[in-house]
Design a protein around this ligand. Structure first.
Ligand code: NAD
Length: 416
Protein backbone atom coordinates (compact mmCIF):
# COMPACT_ATOMS: atom_id res chain seq x y z
CA UNK A 1 0.00 0.00 0.00
CA UNK A 2 1.36 3.39 -0.93
CA UNK A 3 1.09 6.40 1.41
CA UNK A 4 -0.75 6.07 4.68
CA UNK A 5 -3.05 3.09 4.11
CA UNK A 6 -5.56 4.20 6.72
CA UNK A 7 -5.96 7.66 5.16
CA UNK A 8 -6.52 6.00 1.76
CA UNK A 9 -9.32 3.91 3.34
CA UNK A 10 -10.95 7.02 4.81
CA UNK A 11 -10.86 8.74 1.43
CA UNK A 12 -12.68 5.79 -0.14
CA UNK A 13 -15.20 5.81 2.73
CA UNK A 14 -16.05 9.49 2.20
CA UNK A 15 -16.37 9.13 -1.58
CA UNK A 16 -18.66 6.08 -1.31
CA UNK A 17 -20.68 7.64 1.52
CA UNK A 18 -21.33 10.73 -0.62
CA UNK A 19 -22.46 8.62 -3.59
CA UNK A 20 -24.74 6.47 -1.42
CA UNK A 21 -25.93 9.36 0.78
CA UNK A 22 -25.00 7.40 3.89
CA UNK A 23 -26.13 8.71 7.30
CA UNK A 24 -23.55 11.21 8.61
CA UNK A 25 -23.42 9.60 12.07
CA UNK A 26 -22.73 6.20 10.51
CA UNK A 27 -19.86 7.74 8.55
CA UNK A 28 -18.48 9.32 11.76
CA UNK A 29 -18.65 5.96 13.53
CA UNK A 30 -16.75 4.38 10.63
CA UNK A 31 -14.01 7.02 10.67
CA UNK A 32 -12.19 5.22 13.50
CA UNK A 33 -12.00 1.71 14.90
CA UNK A 34 -14.41 0.73 17.65
CA UNK A 35 -11.48 -0.71 19.64
CA UNK A 36 -7.76 -0.96 19.09
CA UNK A 37 -5.12 -2.71 21.16
CA UNK A 38 -1.37 -2.37 21.16
CA UNK A 39 0.34 -4.87 23.47
CA UNK A 40 3.60 -6.70 23.96
CA UNK A 41 4.52 -10.37 23.79
CA UNK A 42 7.60 -11.39 25.79
CA UNK A 43 9.37 -14.46 24.36
CA UNK A 44 12.33 -16.30 25.90
CA UNK A 45 14.57 -16.92 22.87
CA UNK A 46 16.58 -20.09 22.27
CA UNK A 47 19.85 -18.39 23.34
CA UNK A 48 18.28 -17.47 26.71
CA UNK A 49 17.68 -13.72 26.17
CA UNK A 50 14.25 -12.14 26.53
CA UNK A 51 12.81 -10.56 23.36
CA UNK A 52 9.74 -8.33 23.58
CA UNK A 53 7.59 -8.17 20.44
CA UNK A 54 5.02 -5.48 19.60
CA UNK A 55 1.51 -6.68 18.70
CA UNK A 56 -1.59 -4.94 17.34
CA UNK A 57 -5.25 -5.84 17.04
CA UNK A 58 -8.07 -3.70 15.70
CA UNK A 59 -11.78 -4.43 16.14
CA UNK A 60 -12.79 -1.98 13.48
CA UNK A 61 -16.55 -2.36 13.43
CA UNK A 62 -18.81 -5.06 14.85
CA UNK A 63 -22.21 -3.77 13.72
CA UNK A 64 -22.77 -6.90 11.58
CA UNK A 65 -21.33 -9.44 14.05
CA UNK A 66 -18.21 -10.33 16.04
CA UNK A 67 -15.04 -9.22 14.30
CA UNK A 68 -12.94 -11.66 12.36
CA UNK A 69 -9.90 -11.86 10.14
CA UNK A 70 -6.20 -12.14 9.81
CA UNK A 71 -3.13 -11.88 11.98
CA UNK A 72 -0.11 -10.74 9.98
CA UNK A 73 3.46 -11.42 11.15
CA UNK A 74 5.82 -9.10 9.26
CA UNK A 75 8.79 -6.88 10.25
CA UNK A 76 6.97 -3.63 9.33
CA UNK A 77 3.62 -4.29 11.02
CA UNK A 78 2.05 -1.17 12.55
CA UNK A 79 -1.26 0.18 13.82
CA UNK A 80 -2.11 2.13 10.66
CA UNK A 81 -1.87 -1.07 8.60
CA UNK A 82 -4.07 -2.92 11.13
CA UNK A 83 -6.63 -0.09 11.06
CA UNK A 84 -6.74 0.09 7.26
CA UNK A 85 -7.01 -3.67 6.85
CA UNK A 86 -9.60 -3.93 9.65
CA UNK A 87 -11.70 -1.34 7.87
CA UNK A 88 -11.36 -3.14 4.51
CA UNK A 89 -12.45 -6.39 6.18
CA UNK A 90 -15.51 -4.58 7.56
CA UNK A 91 -16.43 -3.62 4.00
CA UNK A 92 -15.53 -7.01 2.52
CA UNK A 93 -17.69 -8.88 5.03
CA UNK A 94 -20.62 -6.57 4.31
CA UNK A 95 -20.15 -6.97 0.52
CA UNK A 96 -20.03 -10.77 0.91
CA UNK A 97 -23.15 -10.93 3.08
CA UNK A 98 -21.09 -12.33 5.96
CA UNK A 99 -22.48 -11.86 9.49
CA UNK A 100 -19.22 -10.53 10.88
CA UNK A 101 -17.44 -7.27 11.52
CA UNK A 102 -13.94 -6.42 10.42
CA UNK A 103 -10.83 -7.05 12.45
CA UNK A 104 -7.15 -7.25 11.70
CA UNK A 105 -3.93 -7.38 13.60
CA UNK A 106 -0.43 -8.58 13.64
CA UNK A 107 2.95 -8.89 15.22
CA UNK A 108 6.05 -6.90 14.30
CA UNK A 109 8.44 -9.82 13.68
CA UNK A 110 10.24 -11.73 10.95
CA UNK A 111 9.12 -15.38 11.11
CA UNK A 112 12.11 -16.48 8.98
CA UNK A 113 14.43 -15.41 11.83
CA UNK A 114 12.62 -17.44 14.51
CA UNK A 115 13.07 -21.09 15.41
CA UNK A 116 9.93 -23.23 15.47
CA UNK A 117 9.86 -23.07 19.30
CA UNK A 118 10.26 -19.29 19.31
CA UNK A 119 7.53 -18.88 16.68
CA UNK A 120 5.13 -21.12 18.59
CA UNK A 121 5.79 -19.12 21.78
CA UNK A 122 5.17 -15.86 19.90
CA UNK A 123 1.88 -17.05 18.38
CA UNK A 124 0.63 -18.53 21.66
CA UNK A 125 1.63 -15.25 23.33
CA UNK A 126 -0.50 -13.31 20.84
CA UNK A 127 -3.58 -15.18 22.02
CA UNK A 128 -2.56 -15.14 25.70
CA UNK A 129 -2.06 -11.36 25.83
CA UNK A 130 -4.82 -10.34 23.35
CA UNK A 131 -7.07 -8.30 25.67
CA UNK A 132 -10.49 -9.33 24.24
CA UNK A 133 -10.92 -12.72 22.58
CA UNK A 134 -13.20 -15.69 22.05
CA UNK A 135 -15.94 -17.00 19.77
CA UNK A 136 -18.32 -14.05 20.14
CA UNK A 137 -15.72 -11.25 20.21
CA UNK A 138 -12.83 -11.73 17.80
CA UNK A 139 -12.02 -14.63 15.47
CA UNK A 140 -8.38 -14.37 14.28
CA UNK A 141 -7.56 -15.89 10.88
CA UNK A 142 -4.37 -16.35 8.86
CA UNK A 143 -2.62 -13.69 6.78
CA UNK A 144 0.98 -13.07 5.68
CA UNK A 145 3.29 -15.06 7.99
CA UNK A 146 0.50 -17.18 9.48
CA UNK A 147 -0.98 -20.49 8.27
CA UNK A 148 -2.68 -23.69 9.38
CA UNK A 149 0.01 -24.49 11.96
CA UNK A 150 -0.10 -21.06 13.63
CA UNK A 151 -3.91 -21.20 13.70
CA UNK A 152 -3.77 -24.61 15.41
CA UNK A 153 -1.43 -23.17 18.09
CA UNK A 154 -3.83 -20.22 18.53
CA UNK A 155 -6.79 -22.57 18.98
CA UNK A 156 -4.89 -24.77 21.42
CA UNK A 157 -3.79 -21.77 23.50
CA UNK A 158 -7.28 -20.25 23.61
CA UNK A 159 -8.87 -23.56 24.60
CA UNK A 160 -6.24 -24.07 27.32
CA UNK A 161 -7.04 -20.59 28.73
CA UNK A 162 -10.81 -21.09 28.54
CA UNK A 163 -10.90 -24.71 29.67
CA UNK A 164 -13.24 -25.83 26.88
CA UNK A 165 -13.20 -26.40 23.13
CA UNK A 166 -13.89 -23.37 20.91
CA UNK A 167 -13.41 -24.38 17.27
CA UNK A 168 -15.43 -21.36 16.07
CA UNK A 169 -13.02 -18.94 17.78
CA UNK A 170 -10.12 -19.29 15.32
CA UNK A 171 -10.22 -19.44 11.50
CA UNK A 172 -8.04 -20.93 8.75
CA UNK A 173 -7.36 -24.06 10.78
CA UNK A 174 -6.38 -27.33 9.12
CA UNK A 175 -9.06 -30.02 8.73
CA UNK A 176 -7.43 -31.94 11.61
CA UNK A 177 -8.10 -28.98 13.92
CA UNK A 178 -11.78 -28.54 12.99
CA UNK A 179 -11.06 -26.54 9.83
CA UNK A 180 -13.13 -26.49 6.65
CA UNK A 181 -12.90 -28.01 3.21
CA UNK A 182 -11.99 -25.62 0.33
CA UNK A 183 -10.08 -23.30 2.65
CA UNK A 184 -7.05 -23.04 0.34
CA UNK A 185 -9.02 -22.74 -2.90
CA UNK A 186 -11.77 -20.41 -1.61
CA UNK A 187 -10.50 -17.11 -3.04
CA UNK A 188 -9.61 -18.42 -6.51
CA UNK A 189 -12.90 -20.32 -6.69
CA UNK A 190 -14.85 -17.24 -5.62
CA UNK A 191 -12.99 -15.10 -8.18
CA UNK A 192 -13.98 -17.64 -10.84
CA UNK A 193 -17.68 -17.47 -9.89
CA UNK A 194 -17.68 -13.66 -10.02
CA UNK A 195 -15.84 -13.66 -13.38
CA UNK A 196 -18.40 -16.11 -14.78
CA UNK A 197 -21.30 -13.88 -13.69
CA UNK A 198 -19.73 -10.63 -14.95
CA UNK A 199 -18.82 -12.09 -18.35
CA UNK A 200 -22.34 -13.47 -18.75
CA UNK A 201 -23.84 -10.04 -17.95
CA UNK A 202 -21.43 -8.19 -20.23
CA UNK A 203 -21.87 -10.66 -23.09
CA UNK A 204 -18.19 -11.67 -23.07
CA UNK A 205 -18.04 -15.14 -24.68
CA UNK A 206 -17.02 -18.29 -22.76
CA UNK A 207 -14.03 -18.67 -25.09
CA UNK A 208 -12.67 -15.18 -24.29
CA UNK A 209 -8.94 -15.02 -23.58
CA UNK A 210 -7.38 -14.07 -20.24
CA UNK A 211 -4.03 -13.34 -18.59
CA UNK A 212 -3.07 -13.84 -14.94
CA UNK A 213 -0.44 -11.93 -12.97
CA UNK A 214 0.64 -14.05 -9.98
CA UNK A 215 0.35 -17.82 -10.18
CA UNK A 216 -0.01 -18.62 -6.49
CA UNK A 217 -2.91 -19.77 -4.41
CA UNK A 218 -5.46 -17.41 -5.96
CA UNK A 219 -4.27 -16.94 -9.57
CA UNK A 220 -3.71 -20.62 -10.28
CA UNK A 221 -7.06 -21.84 -8.94
CA UNK A 222 -8.95 -19.12 -10.83
CA UNK A 223 -7.01 -19.86 -14.05
CA UNK A 224 -7.67 -23.60 -13.88
CA UNK A 225 -11.41 -23.06 -13.36
CA UNK A 226 -11.63 -20.48 -16.17
CA UNK A 227 -9.88 -22.92 -18.55
CA UNK A 228 -12.34 -25.66 -17.53
CA UNK A 229 -15.13 -23.27 -18.58
CA UNK A 230 -13.53 -22.88 -22.01
CA UNK A 231 -11.60 -19.63 -21.62
CA UNK A 232 -8.19 -19.36 -23.29
CA UNK A 233 -5.18 -18.65 -21.04
CA UNK A 234 -2.73 -16.55 -23.08
CA UNK A 235 -0.23 -15.25 -20.49
CA UNK A 236 0.89 -15.89 -16.91
CA UNK A 237 3.53 -14.35 -14.68
CA UNK A 238 4.97 -14.75 -11.21
CA UNK A 239 7.69 -12.92 -9.33
CA UNK A 240 10.41 -14.66 -11.39
CA UNK A 241 9.07 -13.87 -14.88
CA UNK A 242 6.25 -14.44 -17.33
CA UNK A 243 5.17 -16.42 -20.39
CA UNK A 244 2.85 -15.69 -23.31
CA UNK A 245 1.31 -17.78 -26.06
CA UNK A 246 -1.61 -16.26 -27.94
CA UNK A 247 -2.60 -19.74 -29.22
CA UNK A 248 -3.36 -20.75 -25.63
CA UNK A 249 -1.42 -22.27 -22.72
CA UNK A 250 -2.22 -25.79 -21.53
CA UNK A 251 -3.20 -25.11 -17.90
CA UNK A 252 -2.75 -28.73 -16.74
CA UNK A 253 0.74 -29.00 -18.22
CA UNK A 254 1.56 -25.59 -16.69
CA UNK A 255 0.37 -26.79 -13.26
CA UNK A 256 2.63 -29.83 -13.43
CA UNK A 257 5.55 -27.59 -14.54
CA UNK A 258 4.96 -25.14 -11.65
CA UNK A 259 4.76 -28.01 -9.12
CA UNK A 260 8.17 -29.15 -10.30
CA UNK A 261 9.98 -25.84 -11.01
CA UNK A 262 8.15 -23.51 -8.54
CA UNK A 263 7.79 -20.90 -11.30
CA UNK A 264 6.01 -20.42 -14.63
CA UNK A 265 9.25 -19.08 -16.13
CA UNK A 266 10.68 -21.34 -18.81
CA UNK A 267 7.44 -23.21 -19.52
CA UNK A 268 8.00 -24.67 -23.01
CA UNK A 269 6.30 -23.35 -26.14
CA UNK A 270 5.85 -19.77 -24.86
CA UNK A 271 7.46 -16.38 -25.37
CA UNK A 272 9.24 -15.03 -22.28
CA UNK A 273 7.82 -11.77 -20.93
CA UNK A 274 8.43 -9.73 -17.76
CA UNK A 275 5.83 -9.61 -14.96
CA UNK A 276 4.95 -6.02 -15.92
CA UNK A 277 4.67 -6.83 -19.66
CA UNK A 278 2.00 -9.35 -18.70
CA UNK A 279 -0.40 -6.55 -17.86
CA UNK A 280 -0.16 -5.18 -21.41
CA UNK A 281 -0.57 -8.37 -23.50
CA UNK A 282 -3.58 -8.65 -25.82
CA UNK A 283 -6.38 -10.40 -23.89
CA UNK A 284 -10.07 -9.94 -23.04
CA UNK A 285 -9.86 -10.42 -19.27
CA UNK A 286 -6.98 -9.52 -16.96
CA UNK A 287 -6.62 -11.05 -13.49
CA UNK A 288 -4.06 -9.23 -11.33
CA UNK A 289 -3.53 -11.83 -8.59
CA UNK A 290 -0.12 -10.87 -7.17
CA UNK A 291 0.38 -7.65 -5.22
CA UNK A 292 -1.05 -4.13 -4.80
CA UNK A 293 -0.62 -1.05 -7.06
CA UNK A 294 0.66 -2.91 -10.16
CA UNK A 295 -1.75 -1.06 -12.47
CA UNK A 296 -0.76 2.59 -12.25
CA UNK A 297 -0.69 5.86 -14.21
CA UNK A 298 2.32 4.63 -16.19
CA UNK A 299 0.74 1.50 -17.67
CA UNK A 300 -3.05 2.04 -17.47
CA UNK A 301 -3.11 3.48 -21.00
CA UNK A 302 -1.43 0.35 -22.42
CA UNK A 303 -3.72 -2.28 -20.93
CA UNK A 304 -5.59 -4.09 -23.69
CA UNK A 305 -8.08 -6.11 -21.62
CA UNK A 306 -11.73 -5.01 -21.59
CA UNK A 307 -12.33 -6.39 -18.11
CA UNK A 308 -10.10 -6.38 -15.01
CA UNK A 309 -10.94 -8.76 -12.17
CA UNK A 310 -9.07 -7.58 -9.06
CA UNK A 311 -8.01 -10.83 -7.40
CA UNK A 312 -5.20 -9.18 -5.39
CA UNK A 313 -5.94 -6.48 -2.82
CA UNK A 314 -5.66 -2.98 -4.31
CA UNK A 315 -3.93 -3.81 -7.62
CA UNK A 316 -5.25 -0.64 -9.34
CA UNK A 317 -4.25 2.83 -8.15
CA UNK A 318 -6.97 5.54 -8.15
CA UNK A 319 -5.11 7.43 -10.93
CA UNK A 320 -5.02 4.30 -13.11
CA UNK A 321 -8.69 3.67 -12.45
CA UNK A 322 -9.62 7.09 -13.89
CA UNK A 323 -7.59 6.39 -17.06
CA UNK A 324 -9.08 2.91 -17.47
CA UNK A 325 -12.64 4.14 -16.90
CA UNK A 326 -12.18 6.85 -19.53
CA UNK A 327 -11.10 4.09 -21.95
CA UNK A 328 -14.20 2.01 -21.14
CA UNK A 329 -12.31 -0.75 -19.30
CA UNK A 330 -14.49 -2.36 -16.63
CA UNK A 331 -12.93 -3.04 -13.22
CA UNK A 332 -14.51 -5.46 -10.76
CA UNK A 333 -13.13 -4.58 -7.30
CA UNK A 334 -11.10 -6.62 -4.85
CA UNK A 335 -13.69 -6.42 -2.04
CA UNK A 336 -16.05 -8.43 -4.25
CA UNK A 337 -13.74 -10.57 -6.40
CA UNK A 338 -11.55 -11.88 -3.56
CA UNK A 339 -14.14 -12.17 -0.77
CA UNK A 340 -14.36 -15.98 -1.28
CA UNK A 341 -11.95 -16.77 1.55
CA UNK A 342 -13.85 -14.45 3.93
CA UNK A 343 -17.04 -16.33 3.01
CA UNK A 344 -15.50 -19.76 3.52
CA UNK A 345 -13.97 -18.59 6.84
CA UNK A 346 -17.48 -17.69 7.92
CA UNK A 347 -18.56 -21.22 6.93
CA UNK A 348 -15.65 -22.59 8.98
CA UNK A 349 -17.04 -20.72 11.96
CA UNK A 350 -20.61 -21.95 11.32
CA UNK A 351 -19.34 -25.54 11.15
CA UNK A 352 -17.43 -25.10 14.41
CA UNK A 353 -20.45 -23.57 16.12
CA UNK A 354 -22.80 -26.36 15.02
CA UNK A 355 -20.23 -29.15 15.44
CA UNK A 356 -21.10 -30.53 12.00
CA UNK A 357 -18.62 -30.51 9.15
CA UNK A 358 -19.61 -30.14 5.49
CA UNK A 359 -18.20 -32.02 2.51
CA UNK A 360 -16.29 -30.18 -0.20
CA UNK A 361 -19.21 -29.97 -2.63
CA UNK A 362 -21.46 -28.45 0.05
CA UNK A 363 -18.87 -25.76 0.87
CA UNK A 364 -18.37 -25.05 -2.84
CA UNK A 365 -22.07 -24.74 -3.66
CA UNK A 366 -22.74 -22.52 -0.60
CA UNK A 367 -19.78 -20.33 -1.62
CA UNK A 368 -21.21 -20.08 -5.14
CA UNK A 369 -24.64 -19.12 -3.83
CA UNK A 370 -23.24 -16.46 -1.46
CA UNK A 371 -20.75 -14.83 -3.83
CA UNK A 372 -23.13 -14.80 -6.79
CA UNK A 373 -25.66 -13.01 -4.58
CA UNK A 374 -22.96 -10.53 -3.53
CA UNK A 375 -22.19 -9.86 -7.19
CA UNK A 376 -25.86 -9.45 -8.07
CA UNK A 377 -26.40 -6.94 -5.25
CA UNK A 378 -23.36 -4.95 -6.41
CA UNK A 379 -24.48 -5.04 -10.04
CA UNK A 380 -27.96 -3.86 -9.01
CA UNK A 381 -26.52 -0.84 -7.11
CA UNK A 382 -24.21 -0.06 -10.06
CA UNK A 383 -27.27 0.05 -12.32
CA UNK A 384 -29.45 1.98 -9.84
CA UNK A 385 -26.87 4.74 -9.27
CA UNK A 386 -25.08 4.57 -12.64
CA UNK A 387 -21.71 4.07 -10.92
CA UNK A 388 -18.72 1.74 -11.26
CA UNK A 389 -18.68 -1.72 -9.69
CA UNK A 390 -16.21 -0.44 -7.09
CA UNK A 391 -18.42 2.43 -5.97
CA UNK A 392 -21.43 0.10 -6.04
CA UNK A 393 -19.73 -2.54 -3.88
CA UNK A 394 -18.77 0.08 -1.27
CA UNK A 395 -22.23 1.70 -1.30
CA UNK A 396 -23.87 -1.72 -0.97
CA UNK A 397 -21.63 -2.50 2.03
CA UNK A 398 -22.18 0.88 3.67
CA UNK A 399 -25.95 0.56 3.29
CA UNK A 400 -25.89 -2.79 5.13
CA UNK A 401 -23.74 -1.36 7.94
CA UNK A 402 -25.95 1.75 8.05
CA UNK A 403 -29.10 -0.35 8.53
CA UNK A 404 -27.48 -2.35 11.33
CA UNK A 405 -26.22 0.78 13.12
CA UNK A 406 -29.60 2.53 12.84
CA UNK A 407 -31.59 -0.42 14.12
CA UNK A 408 -29.15 -0.92 17.01
CA UNK A 409 -29.50 2.77 17.90
CA UNK A 410 -25.81 3.55 17.37
CA UNK A 411 -26.80 6.27 14.92
CA UNK A 412 -30.04 8.20 14.58
CA UNK A 413 -31.92 8.47 11.37
CA UNK A 414 -31.91 12.03 10.12
CA UNK A 415 -32.48 13.85 6.85
CA UNK A 416 -29.78 12.74 4.44
P1 NAD B 1 0.67 -16.41 -3.18
O1 NAD B 1 1.81 -16.01 -2.35
O2 NAD B 1 0.19 -17.83 -3.11
O3 NAD B 1 0.94 -16.08 -4.71
C1 NAD B 1 1.37 -14.83 -5.14
C2 NAD B 1 1.87 -14.96 -6.56
O4 NAD B 1 2.22 -13.67 -7.03
C3 NAD B 1 3.11 -15.82 -6.70
O5 NAD B 1 3.03 -16.53 -7.92
C4 NAD B 1 4.23 -14.79 -6.75
O6 NAD B 1 5.38 -15.28 -7.40
C5 NAD B 1 3.55 -13.72 -7.52
N1 NAD B 1 4.13 -12.38 -7.38
C6 NAD B 1 4.56 -11.77 -6.25
N2 NAD B 1 5.03 -10.55 -6.53
C7 NAD B 1 4.89 -10.39 -7.87
C8 NAD B 1 5.16 -9.34 -8.76
N3 NAD B 1 5.71 -8.20 -8.33
N4 NAD B 1 4.87 -9.52 -10.07
C9 NAD B 1 4.30 -10.67 -10.51
N5 NAD B 1 4.02 -11.69 -9.71
C10 NAD B 1 4.31 -11.55 -8.41
O7 NAD B 1 -0.50 -15.40 -2.78
P2 NAD B 1 -2.07 -15.60 -2.98
O8 NAD B 1 -2.62 -16.23 -1.75
O9 NAD B 1 -2.32 -16.22 -4.31
O10 NAD B 1 -2.58 -14.10 -2.97
C11 NAD B 1 -2.45 -13.29 -4.12
C12 NAD B 1 -3.08 -11.95 -3.86
O11 NAD B 1 -4.46 -12.11 -3.47
C13 NAD B 1 -2.46 -11.14 -2.72
O12 NAD B 1 -2.53 -9.78 -3.07
C14 NAD B 1 -3.36 -11.40 -1.55
O13 NAD B 1 -3.33 -10.35 -0.62
C15 NAD B 1 -4.70 -11.46 -2.24
N6 NAD B 1 -5.69 -12.21 -1.49
C16 NAD B 1 -5.49 -13.51 -1.19
C17 NAD B 1 -6.45 -14.21 -0.49
C18 NAD B 1 -6.25 -15.66 -0.16
O14 NAD B 1 -7.17 -16.27 0.34
N7 NAD B 1 -5.11 -16.26 -0.46
C19 NAD B 1 -7.61 -13.57 -0.07
C20 NAD B 1 -7.81 -12.24 -0.41
C21 NAD B 1 -6.84 -11.55 -1.12
Amino acid sequence: MSGNPFETSLKTLHEAAAIGQINAEVVRLLEQPKRQFEFTIPVRMDDGHLEIFQAFRVHYCDALGQVKNGVRVVPDMDMDTAKALGFWMTIKHAVGGIPAGGGKGGIKADPSKLSRREYEALIRGFIRYLPMKGTWVDVPGADIGTHGQTQSWMLDELEAIQGFHSPAAINDKPIEANGTELSREATGTGAFFVTREVTRDLGIPDAASFAVQGYGNVGRVAAELLCQRGHKLVAVSDIFGGIENQDGIDVNALGAYVDEHKTVKGFPGCRDITPSELLEVPCDILLPAAVQSVIHEGNAGKIQAKLIMECANGPTTPEAEKILESRGVIIVPDVLVNCGSAIVCSFERTQGLTDSYWDRETVRSRLEERIVKAYQQTAAVAKELGVSYRDAAWVNALRKIEKAMLVRGWAWDQPK
